[in-house]
Ligand binder design. Structure first.
Ligand code: RNT
Ligand code: ZN
Length: 428
């Protein structure tokens, strides 16, 4: 059995430094009309859906084959989780380093198949019972994803395949996944969010752009027709997949139209846009027309490279736009990156903490004052305060958040992860 790493030195700053720094920060923010305690209470409630696939480079337990279907991991850092116990052990460890209570986002290929071959059109709740139980025991809620990639029938087209037999196979898979998600949601007393991302596209020019999109819309309509109150479905748009560069069936325009007309949740993956596009700006438009958003918070570098999420301008702007649009409660926050070139647990913690930092920084924006300036046409004052807000003592509030949650403050998690690597992942 693996031994869970013990957390001994969680804090490198001393307690009174953390508390004093917070008091000063609290007063500083209060002077600008911002209630830090209220922001912390909101952050505490904000669950983040941890993508299980960061533990094992999106391999799963179905056939343990290399990843295919438009996405790719790079790197071969040692310590990849090789089986269900290792994935769970890693997630349990991750939980000890994060403030707040969170969710685990499973893909269908992470089912508990007991080593038996279970094809995608045969999956059922029985393959996820042990996950439901594990989640309950460990204080996680579950989210879910159908898996159309890494399968002999994946090809270039799944739900939009002109071959009725292939299309029916993937429709059946996705319907079954929705029923699994429904069972998860009912068991946890909170809707399970199920994402549908299909890689469908074309490497080279196609002269049938509209045709494949008609097929995708018809497949989705059939899949989503079943009423399942324990779950909510969302559909994920994309710019292009690797090997499918010329055309993506499920493009932004396709899904924006689909979600707006069908009233379906839209999945916004921050890696799925042109590199110079302002992804944050989409929030205020989407929220007018779609019921909810699912976020895949990621970091594209030159392409949809799925680098570890960091506290960069793009991620900060995304959450600022959500808060400004009063839309945080209409967004489900999940992570989606798979970096195999550094310690995978470290990647989890960096990305989750960065997301929490961005949410907190958005909640601490002196919005009332900024809007007062804007309403009065005081453009200089608005810009000045936006600039000054960047250097407010935000770090002291985030440290305090981790401190009151009893998890590592500041860089103290580095040592905890090194210990887990020494004791657990390096022995794999
Ligand atoms: C792929 C999508 C999708 C996947 C996961 C594994 O480009 O972002 O969300 O990353 O389903
Ligand atoms: Zn994604």
């Amino acid at each position: 059995m693996q031994q869970k790493a013990k957390l001994t030195t969680l804090i490198t700053m001393n307690e009174s430094q953390i508390l004093q720094a917070y008091q000063i920060a609290r007063e500083r923010y209060a002077a600008l009309g911002v209630d830090t305690d209220k922001a912390l209470a909101e952050l505490q409630k904000q669950q983040i859906s941890l993508h299980c696939w960061q533990t094992d480079d999106v391999v799963g337990f179905e056939r343990s084959d290399a990843l295919s279907g438009g996405i790719q991991t790079t790197g071969n850092y040692p310590g990849r989780a090789r089986n269900i116990d290792e994935v769970r052990a890693d997630l349990e460890f991750v939980k000890t380093l994060l403030a707040g209570s969170h969710r685990v986002n499973l893909h269908e290929i992470y089912g508990d198949f007991g080593g038996k071959p279970v094809d995608r059109d045969e999956c059922g709740v029985e393959h996820f019972e042990s996950w439901i139980q594990w989640a309950r025991e460990n204080g996680f809620k579950l989210d879910f994803n159908s898996t159309s990639f890494s399968h002999p029938k994946s090809g270039d087209l799944s739900l939009s395949n002109p071959d009725p037999a292939i299309r029916a196979f993937w429709i059946e898979h996705t319907k079954r996944c929705r029923r699994i998600a429904d069972a998860m949601g009912k068991a946890q007393g909170d809707p399970c969010i199920m994402n549908i991302w299909v890689h469908d596209g074309s490497k080279d020019l196609t002269v049938n752009r509209k045709y494949y999109r008609e097929l995708l819309a018809a497949s989705l309509d059939e899949i989503l027709a079943e009423d399942l109150p324990g779950m909510k479905s969302c559909v994920e748009a994309k710019l292009f997949g690797i090997g499918l560069e010329s055309y993506t069936v499920g493009s932004m325009d396709f899904y924006e139209g689909y979600c707006a007309t069908r009233k379906v949740m839209y999945t916004l993956d921050t890696g799925h846009y042109e590199q110079t596009e302002n992804v944050a700006d989409k929030v205020a438009s989407l929220l007018l027309y779609v019921p909810e958003l699912m976020l895949h918070v990621s970091r594209p570098v030159r392409w949809d490279s799925d680098h570890v999420t960091i506290m960069n301008d793009q991620t900060q702007d995304l959450f600022k736009e959500l808060v400004r649009a009063d839309g945080l409660h209409r967004a489900h926050v999940g992570l989606d990156y798979f970096d195999a070139s550094i310690n995978r647990i470290g990647a989890y913690i960096i990305g989750t903490r960065a997301t929490q930092k961005c949410i907190l920084s958005a909640l601490l924006e002196p919005l009332a004052k900024l809007r007062e300036y804007e309403a009065a046409g005081q453009g200089f004052q608005r810009l000045a305060l936006l600039e000054e807000a960047k250097t407010l003592p935000f770090g002291a509030v985030f440290d305090y958040f981790n401190y009151i949650n009893g998890v590592p403050v500041g860089e103290a998690f580095i040592g905890a992860i090194e210990r887990y690597e020494r004791e657990v992942t390096s022995k794999r």
